[in-house]
Design a protein around this ligand. Sequence first.
Ligand code: NAP
Length: 247
Amino acid sequence: MSELIKTALVTGGSRGIGRACAVRLARSGYQIYVTYVSKPGPALETCKIIEESGGTASSFALDIGDHQSIVDFFKEKIKDRVFLSVLVNNAGRTMDGLLVRMGHEQWDQVLRVNLSGSFFCLQQAAKIMMRQKTGRIINIASVTAQSGNPGQANYTSAKAGLIGLTKTAAIELAPRNITVNAVAPGFIETDMTAGLNQEVRDKYLSMIPLKRFGSAEDIAETVAFLTSPGASYITGQVLGVNGGMYM
Ligand code: NAP
């Protein structure tokens, strides 16, 4: 097992926070596996950025809203093929709407991707890391899981669930030397926030004591720290990376 290449798997590593995590973890020396759901181009671009800096990276299509696809992916690409040092459960989506108008699909899709998908990836990774007797799992949650956010009953519920999952998984996996932590970003400049109008952006900015939106690299640095030797005694924690924002 030790001759397998140390690998960090970043779900949704094609763009935004996931890409920044992938690029940063490559600098820490891991082989990088990124997944995407719909856009192969940006995922290939992530790999190109890493390879141009001397790293190794591959991209894979994986819809984390589909349980069987996750099982197949870990069986075919991860188990006995790489040493799974790190899982960053980053892939996520929003489908906003006020709760009284929220349709069943709108609720179900967001829970399925952000919570169930992250759980099934964590479950598959845990089985492999338990045999390895080491591993780091980082779940990308959100400040809104802790504060609530109008129009995001589905998303905030999923991210709050992810925090609960982080704490339970941390306890269950600690005996096998696997740490599980969550990073809760505030407002980060990515495609996910690009569509918000100026009024909404101004409202969020007024709530941020550091008076700037976060960058994907701000999150990636925290994720890299949680995979480092210096973080070996940290588990079950939620690290807010939000410029001091508590809504
Ligand atoms: P983003 O730019 O919209 O990128 C989303 C990523 O997730 C893409 O790689 C996308 O793949 C992938 N993805 C979406 N649905 C998927 C599915 N069903 N299966 C697999 N992959 C899927 O988002 P981001 O802003 O970087 O956010 C990354 C994470 O941080 C998310 O979990 C988000 O909830 C969380 N977060 C973001 C912010 C923020 O302000 N941006 C704040 C708090 C938390 P494709 O490229 O193929 O579409």
